[in-house]
Every structure is written in C-alpha cells, then in structure tokens.
Write a protein that binds this ligand. Sequence first.
Ligand code: DO4
Ligand code: MG
Length: 275
Amino acid sequence: MRLYRTSNGQYVEDGGSYYRVPEPSWDALVTHGDLQGYLLSIAGKSEPAEDFSQAKIAAPIGSQEVWAAGVTYYRSRSARMEEAKTAGGGDFYDRVYSAERPELFFKSTPHRVAGPGDDVRIRKDAKWSVPEPELTLLVNHRGQIIGYTAGNDMSSRDIEGENPLYLPQAKVYTGSCALGPCVLIGGEPLPADTPISLEIARNGRTEFAGSTTLRELKRAPDTLVEYLFRDNSFPFGAFLMTGTGIVPPDHFSLASGDRIRIAIDPIGTLENNVA
Ligand code: DO4
Ligand code: MG
C-alpha cells in the first residue's frame, strides 16, 4: 500500500486503485495507533477515487523533522575520505564507518523539503554539489518504522570536505532535501536485493547513472532508529534517511537545470529539477 499526500488531500493506493483517506491531518496519520489497519479498512470499504490524477503530489511530510545517517555504505566512506584528505579529516569517515555508534545528523525541517516535481537547490557558495539517493524511513512517535520513501540528501561536497565541522552548512539549506513520491506503508523490512538507482540528466541526456542495493547498507534500519530515539523524542514522528551508496565521480557537479531521478522499486521514482 502506498500513501500519497496531495494538493487534494491524502490517498492510499492498493492494488492499482486509489482511495481517498478521510483523515485530513498527515500528522494524525503518522501517529495513528494502527496506520496499516486503518488504510486497509479504507481500501476494503470505499469506492476508488477518480480524481487522484488531477491532484498535485506533495512531499509526504507534515510536522516531522528529517534526520539522516551518514557513511553507511562503503562507497560513501571512500568518497568522503578522499574529499576530506587535504583537510586532515579523512580518518573520521573510516572510523565512523567501523564504529558501533552511527553518524546521525539533523537534515531538514519540513519547509526545506521539496516534493515530487519541485525544484531542489544547490548552494550559491558551493562549487561541488551532488544529490544523494537514500532509502528514507518514516518512523512514528513510538520509534516504530511505519513506512519507506525515497529521499535526496543534497550535499555540497566542497564545503563538507573543507572541514567536517562544516557539515551542517553542506547539508542544511533551502531546497536541500526532497522526499517522495509516496510512503510505502508497512513495517516489514525491505529485502536486501531492493534496488536504489540514480539518474542525472542534463539537456535531455544522461550525465550520470548509478545503482546499488540495500545489501550494501552496513547498518540495520532498526539500529539506526534505535540510536535516533535514544534520549530524543519526536511527538509527530520523524524521517530518517539511511545514507547514500551512490556517489558520482569527483569531476561531476550538479548544475542548474539538471533533472534528478531517484528510483526505489517498491516505492516509485522521485524526480526533481535543480533550480
Ligand atoms: O558525513 C557526511 C555525510 C554522509 C552522508 O550524507 C551519507 O553517507 O549519505
Ligand atoms: Mg547522505
């Protein structure tokens, strides 16, 4: 089942049909005692809605904070070690990759999040910018994973590489995060062979394409959530991005007009243009 937030309210997709969700509040859905059961009962009882295709799909977020895990794939560890080498920060990435405690950082407030079809942004004072395609967990206020979406952790690699203490500036700015197109509902872990792919198109031509699978993700989603909720409360739940396993080559930097496509098979494709 896929849950969509749109300009016209919320819809649940089940078996190819879309049903209107009577609950108008996204936050109420995320904190529902049995969201899956509630959505199943809607799909089982009501008539499919005909107006889904006229609605604009929005980012699936209400009052949730967005957090992110880092250096959870070997590819991210190696790319970051290289980028921070001259600043003397390379060692940190290797150490956090092998440490018991994961790297978790604050990524975004809801107002900085772009939805499907919206523009994401690169910082004006950055010279080296990349998208980071990441499986993103939707976690309720009790710390239970209730769904999955696709996320883009837009990053300024030159700022991050200059000094690891600049991480918040490299990661948190207007238009630095995208989520969508929907939330795949269900707490069942996604299979290890779940593919994640990234395509960046420039002037209609593919400039970069890459893929990975969840098998390469070093940390279990449950463990990441357990750390996030240690001594921290999230009254409306939270999103947790699980890190990137796809890093374009070092000569690549995003440019205005680029089209970014992030596909995670059971969720769908998140598409955004760079402003
Ligand atoms: O430590 C820097 C950020 C890492 C990150 O965002 C990732 O691995 O996805
Ligand atoms: Mg990331």
